[in-house]
Design a protein around this ligand. Structure first.
Ligand code: ADQ
Length: 466
């Protein structure tokens, strides 16, 4: 469908991307590109924190035909809504980690309050025919706030993280309120079929909803289109970064930093969902089971800090530092450091080169919505001599990327054996697996993800809500 006659797109996300500070190729860039193409608005938090509500002002800036409408959070909102409910309650529960979830009544209230404030401000700027696309778990209740203000526009939502089965979801305080608010969206998108099925199960079993057609749910008098839209990357830009002359130089450097090596790469935000301690333990198990690789195999783990104000995040940092010290102490030698642990952000160009220079991409989250690192690793490989992706069965990406070596990240022996299998895999098998993976990554790239979601939102036969 041509996009010229399409309605104005209003993207809403917790954090609005700063157009001047985006690394090329990220998901935010893809969204921005599409906004620039069709014109639109990006609405959300600007990252600033003010003392109290009196300090909240809505700011409007323009770049080409995109308007950025942003506002700050108060200190209290930041602590109770963002850190408290979003990142210490919803994030762990939606990743099946009830053991790490922390709940307080104040935090739940703050989530309501901030969603309501977003709805209030957004309602003021919405034109009659705009379509709204909200992103992620911070904004589940936004649609209900808009509907209660009489907004009848088409509203879409995409969840970037997993959606757990009903038995797990009910651990969220006031989950009934939350789910009743959720179903005011017209289109709800998930990363995987499993997430979609979990959501529909909750709606049908706990809310008297019913499936009225494939992917169409009637619940509480709303008709909701519920589908899967797996997130992807910009394959060509990543592949180009990985094979440019500068990348070649970096790869030569990587290979020169020691004798012939098996380079294993891990790249993740330092988040407990990414399974980093288990990964380090698996690597230790690999060195125990296959001592012939001592002095040859190195795990480079790049893990930039994130959400450090939440306790579970500082805990994991300490655990990882202790583990990498232990492994290096136990196995390392004056000419070999088994684990190289880099706790900071790295430019995307460097990441691309590191992926290409590594024989194994180790992507072993305990639970992940999709995991774009797995796709970036595939895109960065030399098709004539590709590395092997070792991928957790609990990453959304595993639904699609079946030609990877699929592992159980909780089982150190399983992961250790997969590393060994990757090392000895014949080139022909690596090429065959890589070609199949690359085709899948290409087919489901960032542009197709956006395009298919927007098509569903633009053109779905759902009547506008009354
Ligand atoms: P994240 O949990 O952030 O995203 P992921 O999909 O792996 O996880 O994306 C991380 C991105 O950050 C990748 O593009 C990666 O290259 C980049 N990155 C990681 N470490 C970096 C470093 N040290 N320096 C620079 N860049 C780094 C959430 C969900 C995922 C889902 C995405 C998109 O948790 O499951 O895939 O959203 O929907």
């Amino acid at each position: 469908m041509g996009e010229s006659n399409m309605r104005r797109l209003v993207v809403v996300s917790n954090r609005v991307a700063d157009p001047d500070r985006q690394a090329a190729g990220g998901l935010a860039v893809c969204i921005l590109d599409r906004l620039l193409e069709r014109g639109g608005v990006w609405f959300g938090w600007n990252g600033d924190i003010v003392a109290n509500e009196a300090g909240i002002g809505v700011a409007c800036t323009r770049q080409s035909n995109v308007t950025f409408v942003t506002m700050p959070l108060t200190e209290r909102d930041y602590s109770e809504h963002y850190l408290g409910f979003c990142n210490a309650a919803l994030w762990p529960v939606l990743h099946y980690r009830l053991d790490l979830a922390r709940f307080t009544q104040e935090n739940t209230e703050a989530y309501r309050r901030v969603n309501d404030r977003f709805a209030e401000e957004l309602a003021q700027i919405l034109g009659k025919s705009d379509i709204v696309w909200a992103h992620d778990y911070h904004l589940i209740a936004l649609a209900a706030g808009l509907r209660s203000r009489g907004i009848r526009n088409r509203l879409g939502f995409f969840l970037h993280i997993p959606f757990p089965p009903p038995d797990v979801l009910v651990a969220v305080p006031e989950h009934e309120w939350l789910m009743n608010a959720f179903v005011h969206y017209d289109v709800i998108g998930f990363q995987t079929k499993t997430d979609q099925a979990n959501f529909c199960r909750f709606a049908c079993e706990n809310m008297d909803g019913e499936m009225v057609a494939d992917d169409v749910l009637r619940v509480n008098g709303n008709i909701v289109s519920v589908s899967t839209f797996p997130v992807g990357i910009n394959v060509d830009s990543f592949a180009a970064m990985a094979s440019c002359a500068e990348a070649e130089k970096r790869i030569r450097w990587l290979h020169r930093c020691g004798e012939p090596r098996v380079n294993i790469i891990g790249v993740d935000r330092l988040d407990y969902t990414k399974g980093l301690p288990d990964r380090f333990r698996s690597f230790r198990r690999f060195l125990e089971l296959y001592p012939e690789h001592c002095k040859a195999a190195t795990l480079m783990q790049i893990a930039p800090p994130t959400r450090e104000e939440v306790k579970a995040y500082s805990d994991i940092r300490h655990e990882l530092e202790a583990l990498s010290g232990e492994i290096n102490g136990q196995f390392g030698d004056f000419d070999w450091t088994p684990v190289r642990y880099v706790h900071r952000n790295v430019p995307r160009e460097t990441l691309a080169a590191l992926y290409r220079g590594s024989q194994i991409g180790l992507v072993t989250p305990l639970r992940d919505g999709m995991n774009l690192v797995a796709k970036e690793y595939v895109a960065a490989q030399d098709p004539e001599n590709p590395g092997v992706l070792v991928l957790s069965r609990f990453a959304g990406a595993a639904e699609d990327l079946q030609e990877a070596l699929i592992v159980n990240p909780y089982d150190a022996d399983d992961v250790a054996q997969a590393i060994q299998r990757a090392i000895v895999m014949p080139r022909e098998e690596r090429k065959r697996r890589h070609a199949a993976l690359l085709a899948r990554v290409r087919e489901r790239d960032a542009y197709n993800w956006m395009g298919s979601f927007l098509r569903a939102l633009d053109a779905s036969p759902i009547p506008l809500a009354a």
